[in-house]
Ligand binder design. Structure first.
Ligand code: ADP
Ligand code: ADP
Ligand code: MG
Length: 472
């Protein structure tokens, strides 16, 4: 039985895993770089260990982290998302050191982390993939010739890419010539592998992904889909479950197809199968993420299943707690990623001190945050500082509740994406539940909201100054 888990991550996802440990009576162990000395995950974990002065090196040092897990008496390790979560080496070292890795096998992580290998595995299983190159591209000339057969626009993509990076659309041979070297260099810089491949560009697609759970006894289930079409530069901003753009037949087909995909590669633990849906409602496999995802919270909201607890049970060798037929879905949920960024200034990161934080509340509202009043957001990490997950029985009620929750939450001292999301919630296509991955680019006007309304903090400061002045 797992009784002590090292969390190889930071920020809100570390806090999320610590909460699961607390409910399961498992001791949680946090790690932190010097820059994270005052981070929330350090305060909340049962134990916390410093992993050095560099802001990133410690979080990326698989050997050192597993050593620490062994030395601190842990029997399992959770990788979270980002950092080493899709690095097969971490899973491998865990296996060698007798630490249970809370995720799939190293071999499956390696295979699915290679988008070209993943595509061929899916093709072999009879699952439709986006039309594209058979393998990696050997040269620019090969790319140009292939694009003629596929037809423009095409996408150049880093084979081991992630986080929306290393992806470029090419509308013409000129574009392709220009972008070829760029994507190649992005791929080698960001992912340490100068391999790229080509896909047909699906014009104005919807990004629909399926959450799956697989145990080590051969049981695989799905927890329905998430619609992640609201993205900026291939990075998700808002995620919705279930997708308001699917009918029941499509939903069933997609869930079953994702289960088939997971079975085809011998998948275990939690994972996500990502698809693109084109304008003729055809689905294409895009990639598989072999880890817990940022947006898992919307799936938890509509199914009531704690995905992190299920991950731990699976790693413990237990069978899934639920059979497919028992999975119920209720209402709609939306996650809004609260990023410390200035939407008015091209979403420039806005790090610094949180002068005030008011958590939102009320029915159907959940926050997963890493911030508190007085916390300094360090400039070295991702700008996402909290996630707001809202649930309601119906889509129209969800829209109202999300707007209310965005009014309710208060993050002061840094710029955030909160006011921008308030604008998105007013847009008709969004409200009708009809949007694609071009939404953000199509609506540049949404960043031009008024900021003249005095913030609650400012009005509080004014009244405090006034009463001091009046001698109250
Ligand atoms: P999700 O669908 O879970 O949001 P993302 O691809 O956005 O998945 O990744 C989750 C987090 O991990 C993001 O904050 C992203 O910045 C980071 N991330 C993921 N993959 C990489 C990578 N290869 N390099 C750097 N950061 C990454
Ligand atoms: P990552 O590993 O960075 O998440 P993905 O392959 O999942 O990369 O693609 C990220 C996003 O880029 C998708 O959600 C979609 O918006 C866009 N995208 C990727 N491939 C295509 C494609 N072939 N056609 C259109 N859009 C695409
Ligand atoms: Mg993806």
């Amino acid at each position: 039985m797992i009784h002590k888990i090292l969390i190889a991550n930071r920020g809100e996802i570390a806090v999320r895993i610590i909460r699961a440990c607390a409910e399961a009576d498992i001791t949680s162990v946090a790690i932190y770089a010097d820059a994270d000395r005052h981070a929330l995950h350090v305060k909340k974990a049962d134990e916390a260990y410093n992993i050095g002065p560099d802001s990133l090196a410690g979080y990326l040092n698989a050997h050192r982290i597993v050593n620490l897990a062994v030395a601190s008496g842990c029997d399992a390790l959770h990788p979270g998302y980002g950092f080493l979560s899709e690095n097969p080496l971490l899973a491998e070292i865990c296996r060698n050191r007798n630490i249970r890795y809370i995720g799939p096998d190293a071999g499956v992580i390696r295979r699915m982390g290679d988008k070209v290998a993943a595509r061929s595995a899916m093709q072999a299983a009879g699952i439709p993939v986006v039309p594209g190159s058979e393998g990696n591209l050997a040269s620019r000339e090969e790319a140009l010739a292939l694009a003629e057969t596929i037809g423009y626009p095409v996408m150049l993509k880093a084979t081991s890419g992630g986080g929306g990076r290393g992806i470029r659309r090419c509308n013409s041979p000129q574009d392709l010539k220009r972008n070829y070297e760029r994507v190649l260099s992005e791929a080698s810089k960001a992912f340490g592998r100068a391999d790229i491949f080509m896909e047909k560009c699906i014009v104005r697609p919807r990004h629909i992904e399926v959450q799956i759970l697989a145990d080590t006894h051969g049981n695989v289930i799905h927890l329905f889909e998430r619609d992640c079409s609201i993205q900026r530069r291939h990075q998700k901003l808002i995620e919705i479950a279930p997708s308001p753009q699917l009918d029941e037949a499509q939903r069933t087909w997609l869930g079953e197809t994702a289960v088939r995909a997971a079975k085809a590669v011998g998948y275990t633990n939690a994972g996500t199968v990502e698809f693109l849906m084109d304008r003729d409602n055809r689905f294409y496999f895009m990639e598989m993420n072999t880890r817990l995802q940022v947006e898992h919270t919307v799936t938890e909201a509509i199914t009531g299943i704690d995905i992190v607890l299920e991950q731990i049970r699976i790693a413990d060798g237990l069978p899934l707690s639920h059979a497919q037929a028992d999975i119920q879905r209720r209402g709609y949920a939306m996650e809004l990623r609260i990023n410390a960024e200035d939407p008015k200034n091209d979403f420039l990161p806005s790090f610094g001190r949180i002068t005030r934080y008011f958590a939102p509340g009320g029915p159907g509202v959940r926050t997963d945050g890493a911030i508190y009043t007085g916390y300094h957001i360090p400039p070295y990490y991702d700008s996402m500082c909290a996630k707001l997950t809202v649930w309601a029985l119906s889509w129209p009620e969800l829209l109202n509740r999300a707007a209310r929750a965005l009014e309710d939450i208060g993050v002061y001292g840094v710029k955030t994406t909160i006011p921008y999301y308030m604008e998105i919630l007013k847009v008709e296509e969004f409200r009708y539940g009809s949007f694609d991955t071009g939404f953000v680019e199509d609506h540049p006007e949404l960043t031009r909201y008024k900021t003249s309304r005095p913030t609650r903090e400012l009005s509080a400061a004014i009244s405090a100054a006034l009463s001091a002045h009046l001698g109250h």
